[in-house]
Design a protein around this ligand. Sequence first.
Ligand code: PEP
Ligand code: MN
Length: 381
Amino acid sequence: MLVFTAQIANFAKINFRMSIIPISQWFKGVENRPLIIAGPCSAETREQVLKTARLLAHLGRVDVLRAGVWKPRSRPGNFQGAGEPALEWLAEAKQETGLLLAVEVATPQHLELAMRYGVDLFWVGARTLLNPFSVDELATAMEGINKPVLIKNPIHPDLDLWIGTIERFAKAGVQRLGAIHRGFSPFQKSTFRNLPKWEMPIDLKSVMPNLPIICDPSHISGNPDLIQDISQKALDLSMDGLMIESHVTPSEALSDAKQQVTPAELGRILADLSYRKILPGNIDSVDILESLREKIDSLDMQILELLAQRMDIVDNIAEYKIKNNVAIMQLRRWEEMIERRIEFAEQLGLSTEYVKNLLRLVHMESVRKQAQIISPRENLG
Ligand code: PEP
Ligand code: MN
């Protein structure tokens, strides 16, 4: 038994006993390497599940077959998952291939059915975390369960909510407990479907050092191109495993068609990863300086994403100014803007000079960009 007491900034404080069984003891044969979970976003048909499972098993690198059986969808009318028949197909795939099974559960009824069909690992989806009533119901239904349960991060970057949900399951006596880092909604156009914000899992790890963390590069990327790099980064950060969506024919998938890779592509991704020398979950092996640098890298990437989003708005402003014949540089607006920003920066403890210089640069670049958009048209007129 371990007692974790830690405080990260102002948001996360944990002070209760939680006992976590190391991931190396969860399944036989996965003692000294990252756990690999792969499979389709959704189980769609018996044929799709069996074909995908056979190819994944054939890679010899996948431990657990994942599939969504009940899909939380934004709009009604979208494919909501095949329900109980999907569990039959998965049980058949397990029987035939020997792969373990992982399924998302959101309600006690899901859990009961999944248990009946021999599911080996459960995960709680990003959307479920948003409702602590549902989480409590699910955690109560899991009291004393001896199968692993992984808690995805919530949709938005709320570390307290992620920690709080994990606590709820820990308090219900779930000891094979872990987290899944699946990225955070950018709410706006971004390179990533969900921003990785690596500082979040790093902070989670410092609050709960023994908690295994799996990375889900598929939902972070939103497309196959970034999966390799994100997976590597996760391993470099000493994460304990990967969950990657794989479908026998991704373009025909009924959910998340854009981000799934074929089992053959998955095989290449896994083969190209360089597996670190350190053992999964060994927090001491992650250099503190290194993890601080990772946080800085992640924040810098987010600053750049924001600058790119800002620049997109600048384009729209230029269009507006052309239509309405407004001058590019408006001194009053600039003065007001800088005043308000500096006030805010001071509240954040940033130096006035630093923020002034930075904003001047940002502003100059947007004036330059607007001039570039506007002047070719003026020349034409
Ligand atoms: C999924 O894993 O298919 C899924 C729905 O993920 P998330 O809860 O992270 O959106
Ligand atoms: Mn998915």
